[in-house]
Design a protein around this ligand. Structure first.
Ligand code: MG
Length: 381
């Protein structure tokens, strides 16, 4: 059904299919079907109330996991289409990539991982796969969303060898050091382009970073100077918005051009050749990669570790740890549905894993409400 795909793109014909066989969709591609199932699932809707950097109630203008995922999908589609890749697959992977995130972003994930240390740990990337493979309960014929192999594989961005061994075929590339499809490679970098730039935007709007700091970084400095030259009387709000817009565009253009060059040099005949290429065929030029990493480091040191973000982060970790301990000590506090799902599963998960699944699925505001209900008051301002 898909036309105009390059030989090295993932196609329906070359797809390794779904775990539970289904008849083909009538009016969509298999990857459109994956995308649609993701958009209709519960975990996707909850992304709206999950932290990206700023906790959800801190302001209505900041990115959430949902708007972040939409930005990743937009960038992924642009790059995929420009390179003759499977746009539907890239979009499906992008929309699903953060489904396993805990409430409160990375602070929540680190706290939950600590709680689960004796029980196999917790990793949001693997959790995203667990959500689409098992935790969503929407279809009569199978657990999870029964997505195609290619979408499921693309969701896994980085997995250690020990964990990859437990994932079966979908984790194989981390063991034999082959590469994922080009569509998955595109989505991974689109994720970074999106958060690097929108975190700068949110960081400025929150007042935690300022324009002066951006002048010291190569990508923003160059874009700001260019916009000022062309529009000398622009106010700060539009100046920064225009500079960030151009920065996204510059990164995307560099990515498309450099990836085109690498693909051209290797001329992979099909997806198998992409996987065996030995190097990632999707990537920035060396100059852009260095500049991109500079931005990443800046955000880590100045925004993610900012005292105000940190103080929220510490309370978030406290909430996650306390909820985990409370449900573990008193499973009766869990909703009945969670306990029933565990009891009837073919391989029942441990209580710790059930609690981790439940806590990970929470939105920021629900986790705060549960803390107040089960443990006590907490000031989140
Ligand atoms: Mg992301």
């Amino acid at each position: 059904m898909v036309t105009g795909l390059a030989a090295y793109a993932v196609s329906e014909r070359s797809s390794r299919g779904r775990h539970y066989p289904e008849s083909p969709p009538a009016h969509r591609t298999e990857f459109q079907r994956d995308r649609d199932r993701i958009v209709h699932c519960t975990a996707f809707r909850r992304l709206e109330y999950k932290t990206q950097v700023f906790v959800n109630h801190e302001g209505d203008m900041f990115r959430t996991r949902l708007t972040h995922s939409l930005e990743v999908a937009q960038i992924s589609r642009t790059v995929a289409r420009a390179l003759g890749l499977n746009e539907d697959l890239a979009e499906a992977i992008a929309l699903a990539h953060d489904l396993g995130h805990t409430p409160f972003g990375h602070a929540g994930q680190e706290a939950l991982d600590e709680c689960m240390r004796a029980n196999g740990g917790f990793e949001h990337n693997i959790q995203s796969l667990r959500v689409v493979d098992r935790l969503e309960e929407r279809y009569a014929a199978f657990p999870g969303l029964n997505l195609t192999f290619e979408t499921r594989e693309g969701i896994l961005k980085h997995v250690g060898r020990a964990k990859a061994r437990m994932l079966g075929e979908v984790g194989r590339r981390f063991l034999d050091r082959t590469h994922a499809s080009l569509e998955a490679q595109v989505t991974n970098i689109a994720d970074e382009i999106a958060y690097n730039n929108h975190d700068i935007d949110d960081g400025l709007r929150s007042g935690l970073i300022d324009l002066g700091q951006l002048e010291t970084l190569s990508i923003p400095a160059e874009q700001l100077a260019q916009v000022r030259r062309e529009y000398p009387r622009l106010d700060t709000k539009r100046l920064t918005a225009e500079a960030i817009r151009r920065a996204v565009n510059a990164e995307v253009s560099d990515l498309v051009d450099e990836s085109q060059r690498r693909i051209g040099a290797r001329a992979p005949a099909d997806v198998a050749a992409v996987r065996a290429a030995g190097v990632a065929l999707i990537g920035f030029t060396e100059t852009m990669r260095v500049r991109h990493d500079e931005l990443k480091r800046f955000l880590r040191d100045n925004l993610y570790r900012h005292p105000r973000v940190r103080s929220m982060t510490e309370r978030a970790a406290l909430i996650v740890r306390a909820l985990f301990a409370a449900y573990l000590a008193d499973p009766a506090a869990l909703p009945e549905r969670v306990a029933v799902a565990g009891a009837t599963a073919v391989q029942p998960p441990t209580l710790a894993r059930q609690v981790a699944d439940y806590v990970a699925g929470m939105t920021d505001r629900f986790a705060i409400a549960e803390y107040r209900r089960l443990i006590g008051p907490i000031d989140m301002n």
